[in-house]
Design a protein around this ligand. Structure first.
Ligand code: ITT
Length: 191
């Protein structure tokens, strides 16, 4: 079976492929330049927008991931604006560290919503995953992408960028959202 993955982020694609490696379905990228306007106000709404757009374009069932970093002391920012917070990953990290300068509450979480949509717009399944952590005072580690170098996970005593791929793909918001999604797909999507 073929499911279209509604993303233009190569890191997400790789992580989703790695997490889903034992499931018998083919993930196809929707195509270069896929960038629908994310006009929703929640991860769930934006994930639906992306999945429906990809399903309409390809005529196939599509899966989208909308995710981001939510920092409690910043009222949940950058949240759904995580990818638009600053022009480069380095600048995004700088901006977070600057905005948290002098702040004692550095608690944060990553959230991911996954939505599986039919070409007619019907939601087949939706799931959410979350991982809690703390924003470190400076970046550590070179693995992963985005905000991973400043997202410290106390239970593992390392930032997400210091985790191996296997560790991140076991504990991440993306992995937690994808597990029930994969179960749904393997039980319900047969062709
Ligand atoms: P698509 O919309 O094409 O999927 P995107 O990167 O624009 O790609 P989002 O709108 O969902 O996707 O924004 C997610 C942003 O949140 C992403 O660009 C990172 O900055 C951040 N993010 C999400 N998951 C992350 C992770 O596992 N590690 C680090 N940062 C992450």
């Amino acid at each position: 079976m073929k499911i279209v993955l509604a993303t233009s982020n190569p890191h997400k694609l790789q992580e989703i492929k790695d997490i889903a490696k034992d499931i018998n379905f083919e993930l196809a990228l929707v195509g270069k330049g896929f960038d629908p306007e994310e006009t929703g106000s929640t991860f769930k709404e934006n994930s639906y927008i992306k999945a429906y757009e990809a399903a309409k374009l390809t005529g196939k069932i599509a899966l989208a991931d909308d995710s981001g970093l939510c920092i409690n002391a910043l009222g949940g920012a950058p949240g759904i604006f995580s990818s638009r917070y600053a022009p480069t990953p380095e600048k995004k990290i700088e901006k977070v560290l600057l905005n948290l300068d002098g702040e004692s509450d550095r608690s944060a979480f990553f959230e991911c919503n996954m939505t599986l949509v039919n070409p007619d717009g019907k939601v087949l399944f939706s799931s959410t995953g979350r991982i809690d952590g703390v924003i470190s005072k400076e970046p550590y580690g070179t693995n992963g992408f985005g905000y991973d170098p400043i997202f410290f996970v106390p239970s593992l005593n390392k930032t997400m960028a210091e985790m191996s791929e296997e560790e991140k793909n076991t504990h991440s918001h993306r992995a937690k959202a994808l597990m029930p999604m994969l179960e749904y797909i393997s039980k319900n999507i047969t062709d």
